[in-house]
Design a protein around this ligand. Structure first.
Ligand SMILES: [Zn+2]
Length: 107
């Protein structure tokens, strides 16, 4: 399962914080974020990673190989795609949060 958020999605605080930090780091590196190039990269700044592995973007817990890791794709700006992952508990929580937001939006 992969959760995909487009530019119109209002991100949760944890996701907004990760997106903001990543965009700021890329701006500092001179990555074009004006839509002139497609930018596809990790949600978490790779220079901050202490190790490569199966990390949950939301709770930052390493997910064992025998547990499922769900994809998370967010598009904070047009042409900018950030990829992360969610542990089983966070995948359920995010789906519930998204459903609650959708339900609120249609109420
Ligand atoms: Zn998690």
């Amino acid at each position: 399962m992969t959760t995909v958020y487009g530019p119109d999605h209002e991100p949760a605080a944890w996701l907004r914080a990760l997106e903001t930090a990543r965009l700021e780091a890329m701006r500092a590196e001179g990555v074009p974020l004006d839509g002139s190039a497609d930018v596809v990269t990790t949600l978490r700044d790779p220079s901050l990673a202490t190790s490569w592995g199966r990390w949950c973007s939301r709770c930052q817990v390493q997910v064992p190989a025998n547990e499922s890791l769900s994809g998370l794709v967010t598009t904070p700006l047009p042409g900018v795609v950030l990829a992360g992952a969610l542990c089983p508990a966070c995948a359920v929580a995010e789906t519930a949060d998204a459903s609650a937001s959708a339900a609120t939006g249609t109420a």
